[in-house]
Write a protein that binds this ligand. Structure first.
Ligand code: NAD
Length: 357
């Protein structure tokens, strides 16, 4: 009997196939089952990864298979049902991808169900779990750059929950604190008054629980990530590995430092690999998750708070939100999936070997 962790991937579209490839490659995991609704894709992906236990959905899979790990890579509207089914099936760990959901109480329910049953609840392919981003976060939290004095979030627009959860997750890591208060302005008005984040551009300000003040720019600036700074240093995540600046030259400009990051064991998997590695370690040893379902829930809550603040006339809005029955829907592709929003993955692509992102 193998002592590898037995993994089921639920949802084997574009992103799910990346997960399947990683779990099929790592030395301490074994891909044992797949749930995929589209019958042709199910067959193609099963053959591609040599998995015979293929099912149409999570409920059918868990009737016959009890994996150690379930990776839920479904369109948003199916995530909660699959996470709860995995917990009920007795998995040791479950992951989801972004955004975690649309209804805040759904996100609460998933976080609570996992906590109550002692199930490790991981996040997904988020840059917070990129090796270099995590390492820079540890340097910041160890005080290597001194006390933080400010922060900014750039390009938090267009998709404040769907894509914007990347920014909030990195910011919370870098600041070492939670978002406590949100004040926001947003356009266009018809989107602001709708129920989706598609096309919503938000400018505003966050106050963190450690007192840090963070400006939000949804309107275009030269950057598109998260900056945090201290008296003499700046750590900039602008997608991909962070840039570190420390000290000033004779003209007062910041000096970029070439501080090396720890190399990847599987560079071809990039940050999905480091995200999954931290998740497996958490399942095996109880170590810290680099991205968690809790992180995704916090990001959804900040997005809803910003939308509310802007709707009500930039009213400073405290977190946690008292009303948990609030929603913010992501773009239709994320919520409903590619097959029903005219972004169907071609069979040839589903059957092709991994070619990186
Ligand atoms: N973190 C990232 O970088 C990133 C990037 C893209 C997508 N995503 C997220 O990943 C998830 C999936 O996105 P995708 O790009 O793979 O979409 P996709 O449409 O390519 O794949 C979704 C797959 O799920 C299957 N499916 C739908 N309902 C199902 C059900 N009830 N049971 C089993 N299978 C079902 C579909 O047939 C499809 O194959 C979404 O939540 C999306 O927001 C994250």
């Amino acid at each position: 009997m193998s002592d590898k962790l037995r993994v089921a991937v639920i949802g084997c579209g574009r992103m799910g196939q990346h997960y399947a490839h990683v779990y099929n490659t790592l030395p301490d995991t074994e891909l044992v089952a797949i749930a995929e609704y589209n019958p042709t894709r199910r067959q193609i992906v099963g053959e591609r990864f040599g998995v015979k236990a293929v099912y149409q959905d999570a409920a059918t899979l868990f009737e016959e298979v009890q994996p150690d790990i379930a990776a839920i890579v479904l369109p948003g509207k199916f995530i909660k049902g699959a996470v709860l089914a995995a917990v009920a099936a007795g998995v040791r760990g479950v992951t989801t991808d972004k955004p975690i959901g649309a209804l805040l109480s759904d996100a609460d329910e998933m976080v609570k169900a996992c906590a109550d049953q002692g199930v490790v609840f991981g996040g997904g392919n988020l840059q917070r779990a990129m090796g270099e981003v995590h390492e820079a976060g540890m340097w910041l939290q160890n005080g290597d750059f001194g006390r933080l004095t400010g922060g900014s979030v750039h390009n938090w627009g267009g998709e404040i929950s769907g894509g914007g959860c990347q920014h909030i997750s990195v910011l919370r890591l870098f600041a070492g604190a939670e978002v406590q208060e949100v004040t926001a302005w947003a356009t266009p008005e018809d989107v602001l008054n709708g129920d989706s984040d598609a096309g919503l551009i938000v400018n505003g300000r966050l106050r963190m629980t450690n007192g840090l003040e963070v400006s939000i720019f949804g309107t275009k600036t030269p950057f598109s990530g998260v900056d945090v700074w201290s008296d003499n240093a700046l750590v900039r995540w602008d997608w991909d590995p962070p840039e570190i600046y420390q000290g000033f030259d004779s003209q007062g400009r910041r000096i970029r430092q070439d501080r090396p990051f720890t190399p990847y064991e599987f560079p071809e998997f990039y940050y999905l690999g480091t995200s999954i590695r931290s998740f497996i370690d958490a399942v095996q040893t109880g170590s810290e998750l680099w991205i968690s379902g809790f992180d995704l829930r916090q990001a959804l809550e900040v997005a809803i708070a910003a939308r509310n603040s802007a709707r009500h006339g930039n009213v400073p809005t405290m977190l946690p939100l008292a009303d948990r029955d609030q929603t913010l829907y992501p773009i239709p592709y994320r919520w409903d999936g590619g097959d029903v929003t005219d972004r169907i993955q071609p069979d040839l692509e589903a059957g092709s070997p991994w070619s990186g992102y």
